[in-house]
Write a protein that binds this ligand. Structure first.
Ligand code: 13P
Ligand code: SF4
Length: 331
């Protein structure tokens, strides 16, 4: 079994020839100059490549980035993440120009809830309160009563009067987790993240046998069989905080491997091991193919051309805003 440790990551990378370094440095300088000249705020999710995280003004989870997007006074938001995150920024701060480095950076979870099918589903259950995970399109948000993220899903569900029935969409694994924690019965949409479902429990067990002192920490998008093995379950920010404050020295991290970059910076003396996946892929870890579509070259092109830009129908935006506002007002 191949295993990835952040400390050994660099050994997998062949040293770049001097001219590659030169172009890289030039590219980074051009990005910083364009950011400065155009007063751009650059937001990056924890799953972005380390070189993108390093250039961002804010790196965070989906909730923190939504809050940063709403607060910013910068005329341009360059959102280094996936489409639903950039859309959320536009919903919350519509007078800003919102750019996404690669327009194809989607999300399998968001795609699992096509708006027309979702509409039919909620129309079939007209008395349910509709709670949608932020990983969904603006159209789905616009049909929802309240949005949640992985960091506040439990609080959002607990805020709904106990006598009300609830639809939870689109992530059935996060929904099942919230159901277990809150004891509320949720009508779950049948969606999942293609990245988190790939974590292999058999390989995890082998790894835990090899590192019996390690704590397993997992994102709630993982299926129940993974979460049942975990010492801590939480959003990307919560996993990062846990690594910083927990006394253990070894952690197996069951989420997208991009988070290991910030974890390593925050806790340089701790051993961080990315949870293994079924497929024997290059990094033997979870990588979101959509998040990884963004590159420094595309960041540069987006800053230069001010494209691809997120555009929204104003009626959809306003309805999606209401659902997001309900979440943000919960604190
Ligand atoms: P966070 O809310 O932890 O940022 O998760 C977002 C995400 O897409 C996880 O796959
Ligand atoms: Fe979507 Fe999963 Fe990628 Fe997160 S990790 S952006 S849920 S596909």
């Amino acid at each position: 079994m191949t295993r990835i440790m952040i400390g050994s990551l660099t050994t997998l990378v062949a040293p770049s020839p001097p001219e590659v370094h030169f172009h890289r440095t030039q590219l980074v300088e051009d990005i910083l100059r364009l950011k400065r000249e155009k007063s751009v705020v650059m937001l990056a999710h924890y799953y972005q490549a380390p070189e993108i995280q390093e250039l961002a003004d804010h790196v965070g989870d989906s909730l923190a980035l939504a809050q940063a997007a709403e607060r910013t006074e910068a005329p341009i938001i360059l959102f280094c993440g996936v489409h639903f995150m950039a859309e959320t920024a536009k919903i919350l701060n519509p007078t800003r120009k919102v750019l996404l480095p690669d327009a194809m950076a989607g999300c399998s979870l968001s795609d699992s809830a096509p708006p027309e099918k979702f509409r039919a589903f909620i129309e079939a259950h007209p008395h349910h309160v509709v709670v949608s995970y932020i990983n969904c399109s603006a159209d789905v948000k616009a049909m929802s009563d309240i949005i949640c993220t992985s960091s506040n899903a439990v609080r959002v569900v607990n805020s709904i009067p106990p006598e009300r029935s609830i639809i939870f969409a689109p992530d059935k694994h996060l929904g099942a987790y919230v159901q277990r924690i809150t004891g509320r019965e949720l009508l779950l949409w049948d969606g999942a993240c293609e990245v988190h479902v790939e974590i292999s429990t058999d390989k995890l067990k082998l790894l835990m046998g090899k590192y019996p002192e390690a704590k397993l920490i997992a994102h709630p998008e993982c299926p129940e069989h993974v979460l049942a093995m975990a010492d801590h379950v939480g959003s990307t920010s919560s996993l990062l905080d846990f690594v910083k404050r927990d006394a253990s020295t070894t952690f197996i991290v069951a989420t997208e491997a991009g988070i290991l970059h910030k974890m390593k910076q925050a806790a340089p003396n701790k051993r961080l091991i990315a949870a293994p996946v079924y497929a024997d892929n290059a990094c033997a870890c979870s990588e979101c193919p959509y998040m990884k579509l963004n590159t420094l070259e595309k960041v540069h092109a987006a800053l230069l051309n001010e494209r691809p830009e997120i555009m929204l129908n104003e009626d959809v935006r306003q309805r999606a805003y209401r659902a997001l506002r309900h979440m943000l007002d919960l604190g």
